[in-house]
Design a protein around this ligand. Structure first.
Ligand code: APR
Length: 313
């Protein structure tokens, strides 16, 4: 049986880290593609040279030619530019829109049956761009942000409580931005409410740190943004699809119709709890939120909407 084929567009920090993580799990053969062909080829070769030591059989291949990505089962879009000092969110929006648009056209041409996972920021607007440009069904296009934001939330809870990360189940929905919505009620420690272990003030502190978790890393790195946890988060989503886990996690997906009405949002992509399996987004889970969480949710959706409305689609 042929191995599955995964394409990672963008061989930067996230793309290359993800390629190594995926290769080590022997999930699929991987094509790394970048506008800078040498970087894609060099990093792919470097990863393959680690294979005899780490003992994996998956093949990682670098290229600058989309023809070599043909027939991919999953395509991950990490191509884009980070926000630089002096650059507004709108500047980033239009620059990365052009990148994601051109990448999506190539995906449509060469891998018409692929699942697409978008990572490029601003995440929810770029997921919407990929969905519209590929024209793929809405269960096949999703953005990775909720898994990362939830992982940060979980880690900060673990750090504050001194209890193992394995016991923490944390959940963040909404847009991938400063007004994301960490859910207090659905965040538990070994199944018990997190409020049993953290005071209200401590929990609010953790929530604030989660909201600005990306910025905290940028400030420390100075010349880039987070990549280990983002790559691990994408791995989680890829495995849920390829191994048909039907895993409940938070992802940015297209809301309309029934789910849209429930969440009071439609015609855009934003982070909600989903069941992720072999059909991609198999279900959107409806939550019973508190009044405070609903207010946060609506604010977050408005921020995403403002960006999406600016897109020349
Ligand atoms: N096609 C293919 N690759 C591209 C294109 C393009 N049109 N434009 C840029 N790239 C490549 C760059 O050459 C670079 O190798 O995308 C890669 C991005 O890598 P990094 O700058 O290291 O960014 P990374 O940290 O991996 O983050 C990727 O995710 O967090 C988001 O918005 C953030 O855009 C960033 C993306």
């Amino acid at each position: 049986m042929d191995r599955k084929k995964i394409t990672i567009v963008g061989a930067g920090n996230i793309g290359a880290t993800l390629a190594l993580l995926l290769a080590r799990r022997e999930t699929a053969d991987i094509t790394l593609i970048d506008i800078n062909e040498g970087v894609a080829k060099g990093k792919a070769l470097d990863i393959m040279e680690a294979s005899p030591i780490l003992g994996f059989n998956a093949h990682v291949h670098g290229t600058g030619d989309y023809a070599e990505t043909a027939g991919s089962d999953v395509v991950i879009i990490t191509a884009g530019f980070p926000r630089k000092p002096g650059m507004s969110r709108d500047d980033l929006l239009f620059k990365n829109f052009e990148v994601v648009k051109s990448v999506s056209e190539q995906i449509k041409k060469y891998s018409p049956d692929a699942f697409v996972i978008v990572v490029t920021n601003p995440l929810d607007a770029m997921t919407y761009t990929a969905l519209k440009v590929t024209g793929f069904p809405k269960n096949k296009v999703m953005g990775m942000a909720g898994v990362l934001d939830s992982a940060r939330f979980a880690y900060f809870i673990s750090e504050k409580t001194g209890i193992s990360v394995e016991n923490i189940n944390a959940f963040v929905i909404g847009g991938h931005g400063d007004d994301m919505v960490p859910l207090r009620k659905f965040t538990t420690v070994a199944g018990m409410p997190v409020t049993k272990f953290l005071s209200k003030e401590e929990l609010e502190e953790v929530i604030q740190r989660t909201r600005f978790g990306g910025g905290e890393i940028v400030r420390l790195l100075k010349t880039g943004s987070a990549f280990y946890a983002p790559a691990a988060s994408i791995l989680e989503m890829v495995l849920a699809i390829l191994w048909n886990k039907r895993k409940i996690l938070s992802a940015s997906v297209y809301l309309d119709g029934e789910a849209g009405e429930y969440y009071g949002a439609s015609g855009l992509c934003v982070g909600v709890p989903i069941i992720l399996g072999k059909e991609g987004v198999e279900e959107i889970i409806k939550l019973d939120l508190t009044d405070e969480e609903w207010a946060d949710w609506r604010k977050s959706v408005e921020s995403v909407k403002r960006l999406v409305e600016k897109l020349p689609l």
